[in-house]
Design a protein around this ligand. Structure first.
Ligand SMILES: Nc1ncnc2c1ncn2[C@@H]1O[C@H](COP(=O)(O)OP(=O)(O)OP(=O)(O)O)[C@@H](O)[C@H]1O
Length: 293
């Protein structure tokens, strides 16, 4: 089962501060979305509203056509896993998993047990005594095993070491292929996770900066690699986002399309053109004072 999400003119205020301001989004069910934004841009606040943890101050939210807040029919269709989680700290791991199993109707117990073993989570330990990475891994195990039609991971993998994170990405993709549903992943580890994203949503100071398919976003830039002197000459006057040097070779990241004439010129000079890391585009687009779009 998949559920569509629609958000219209969403606003969330904390006192006088607007954390989310006039955000409208349509997220058709059955895709993996990446939610990006700088610190304090409103990601967690937006996700909390989608997960019915918080009610919006303005605008409308519809999940499967229904308003989610205090709606029992929707609450158990959305699994929201946060980095400093809402899992009861005093519980033992096995009891927290039992509790989770009772919350989500599509719960896959075999998967939960397999992931607990994979991440070497001690069933009898209390959550408060787990390391940060182990708590993250528990969140990941619960989120995946929930099989909730909308599963949200809010920076949950930050505490995990690299092998654990990579295995999480693989598990997520495999399970998504077998059981299509909506995933929303908020992350600051953009390049590491971006291959999973079908669409990217960027929030900037509480507002929606863009919602775009990942592939089309990547095409907003190009990397040019070759001998340093040639690359410098070729890139002069272009909008450079970043550069890397290795010996006599250089790679620059250019914002904007080159166009066929310049592409021919690059090829004729033996320069290599390639895709731009999403992270570089993100940094550019969310630069203070507003990136050039
Ligand atoms: N409970 C709260 N009370 C008051 N202000 C809050 C509260 N939660 C968040 N805010 C404020 O709302 C804004 C958005 O915060 P939010 O946590 O949604 O951002 P974020 O994009 O998830 O940030 P980060 O990437 O740092 O986790 C920030 O200015 C933050 O200070």
């Amino acid at each position: 089962m998949t559920l569509d999400i629609e958000v219209k003119g969403l606003g969330v205020s904390y006192g006088r501060e607007k954390a989310v301001d006039g955000v409208s989004l349509k997220l058709p069910g059955g895709k993996i979305y990446g939610l990006l934004g700088r610190n304090g841009s409103g990601k967690t606040t937006l996700l909390s509203v989608l997960a019915s943890f918080r009610e919006q101050s303005e605008g409308e939210v519809r999940i499967g056509g229904e308003a989610p807040f205090e709606n029992a029919a929707i609450v158990n269709q959305v699994c929201f896993i946060q980095e400093n989680g809402h899992i009861a700290e005093g519980y033992r791991v096995k009891d927290a998993v039992k509790l989770a199993a009772s919350c989500w109707p599509n719960w896959d117990e075999a998967m939960a047990q397999r992931l607990l073993e994979h991440y070497q989570l001690p069933q009898k330990k209390r959550i408060q005594s787990l390391s940060r990475g182990m708590k993250s891994a528990l969140g990941v195990a619960v989120g995946l095993a929930s099989r909730a039609p909308i599963t949200i991971f809010d920076e949950v993998y930050l505490g995990m070491d690299a092998p654990s994170r990579y295995s999480f990405y693989e598990e997520l993709l495999r399970d998504y292929m077998e059981h299509p549903r909506t995933f929303i992943l908020s992350t600051h580890l953009i390049d590491e996770v971006s291959n999973l994203f079908e669409e990217v949503i960027i929030l900037d100071q509480g507002r929606l900066l863009l919602q775009e398919e990942t592939e089309s976003l990547r095409q907003r830039g190009v990397s040019v690699t070759g001998p340093a002197a040639l690359v410098d000459e070729f890139a002069a006057g272009l909008n450079i986002l970043g550069e890397q040097r290795l010996g006599g070779m250089k790679s620059v990241t250019v914002y904007g399309e080159l166009g066929p004439e310049r592409e021919r010129q690059a090829h004729a000079q033996g320069l290599e053109l390639g895709p731009v890391p999403l992270q570089d585009l993100f940094v550019h687009l969310t630069k203070k004072g507003g990136g050039k779009r």
